[in-house]
Design a protein. Structure first.
Length: 83
C-alpha cells in the first residue's frame, strides 16, 4: 500500500518508520540531532512550499510534510488495518 505525504509525494507503507509532529524537532535534543545527521547525509526532503507540520521518517529519507501528523497517522493505520 501507499501513503500520500503531500504535494506529489507518495511512499510505500513498508518504507515507513515513524510519523512525528514538527514540534518534536524543537522539544527533543535527540530528535534535533537525528534530523541534523540526516541533513548532513543529504537524506532530507521538504515536500511542497507550505510550512511543514510533520516529520516522516522512512528507511532512507526524512520528509518534512505539510500534512499534520494526525492525518498521516490515520492514513497509515487505515492501510495496516486492512492487512
Amino acid at each position: 500500500m501507499y501513503i500520500h505525504l503531500g504535494g506529489e509525494k507518495i511512499i510505500r507503507s513498508t518504507e515507513l518508520i515513524g510519523i512525528f509532529d514538527i514540534s518534536i524537532e524543537k522539544a527533543s535534543r535527540i530528535s534535533k540531532q537525528f534530523v541534523n545527521a540526516a541533513i548532513e547525509n543529504k537524506q532530507v526532503e521538504t515536500i511542497g512550499e507550505e510550512e511543514a507540520k510533520s516529520i516522516v521518517v522512512t528507511k532512507s529519507v526524512v520528509y518534512y510534510s505539510p500534512i499534520s501528523s494526525a492525518t498521516l497517522k490515520k492514513r497509515s493505520k487505515s492501510f495496516s488495518a486492512g492487512l
